[in-house]
Design a protein around this ligand. Structure first.
Ligand code: NAP
Length: 268
């Protein structure tokens, strides 16, 4: 019932080892010094090293101006040795994320954050959801999908993907409340509020795919928490089909999918 994201990520990476390795660099652009971003970047670098892909971390101080940052991103995107690029998010607050992101070369956008690159490869959370649904043998055509959160990184691309593909799509957000979360055959959440959703709120037999990260939840005792709190007592009273734990759920799969996209973009 608990999805082992680390094991799935391992399989994805092992599978990539059997494919021709692109002889290109993966460039990661990191502005400022957010410690969580540093930790995510280390995970990306570790997999790059394992696959024998050169990982180039390009750091800029928070003091860089937005036009200068955009010009540096364009230069990196034009470098023939670079086969994939990541602008590590979140950017410090002074930058306009959407304006900066469009400077990424869409042919090298492994995160698939721009509309053009989304024609080529899946946005990472979408790739993660597809991977989990495939493994659970879930056909969304006859399923009610609830997406909690409509954020740029998680909720929005996932809701866009489901539109017209599932029996019913319910999109919840901060103004809607969560009363309809119990309609979902599968609930996908990307909010960032530790323990927002508990098993009692769900339909029996539902599945939960949780992307939320709360680094400092009031109930977490200093530990990272997902949006879903799979409290064991409650689960025994309301059986679920599956859920992704945090940490060790969607996060590792998402990092592995970056490399899936890197290989795909370099074989186009
Ligand atoms: P975001 O921009 O942080 O937006 C959060 C969304 O949650 C908004 O749509 C907001 O609603 C909604 N929301 C806030 N409080 C709510 C509540 N009480 N009930 C229902 N909805 C509520 O979103 P994001 O950038 O997509 O990121 C979402 C989360 O995913 C973050 O925790 C981020 O760290 C995490 N993340 C995880 C991974 C992974 O690998 N697991 C990857 C990327 C991001 P409004 O629109 O009404 O404000």
């Amino acid at each position: 019932m608990i999805i082992d994201g680390r094991a799935i990520a391992r399989e994805i990476v092992e599978n990539l080892k059997n494919q021709p390795r692109p002889n290109k660099t993966l460039a990661a652009i990191f502005v400022g010094d957010n410690p969580q971003s540093q930790s995510f970047l280390r995970q990306k670098e570790k997999i790059a090293t394992e696959l024998g892909i050169e990982f180039r971390l390009i750091r800029f101080p928070e003091s860089i101006s937005q036009p200068d940052l955009i010009s540096e991103i364009k230069k990196i995107g034009a470098d023939g040795a670079v086969g994939g690029m990541i602008v590590q998010l979140p950017l410090p607050a002074k930058f306009n994320r959407d304006t900066v992101i469009v400077a990424v070369n869409p042919l090298k956008d492994v995160d698939a954050l721009t509309p053009v690159s989304q024609q080529l490869v899946d946005p990472l959370p979408v790739a993660v959801v597809k991977e989990i649904l495939k493994r659970r043998d879930i056909n969304i055509k006859d399923k009610v999908m609830v997406v909690v959160g409509r954020g740029f990184l998680v909720g929005k691309p996932i809701a866009n993907y489901f539109l017209g593909k599932c029996k019913e799509l319910i999109l919840l957000h901060s103004k809607s409340g969560l009363s309809e979360v119990n309609q979902g055959d599968v609930v996908i959440t990307g909010v960032g509020k530790g323990g927002l959703i508990t098993p009692e709120m769900l339909k029996p037999g539902a599945g939960v795919i949780d992307f939320g990260y709360d680094f400092n939840p009031p109930a977490g005792g200093g530990k990272i928490m997902g949006d879903f709190n799979p409290e064991p007592y409650a689960i025994s009273h309301k059986p679920l089909a599956f859920y992704t734990p945090t940490p060790g759920g969607t996060g590792p799969i998402l990092v592995a999918k970056i490399f899936d996209n890197f290989y795909k973009l370099n074989s186009l």
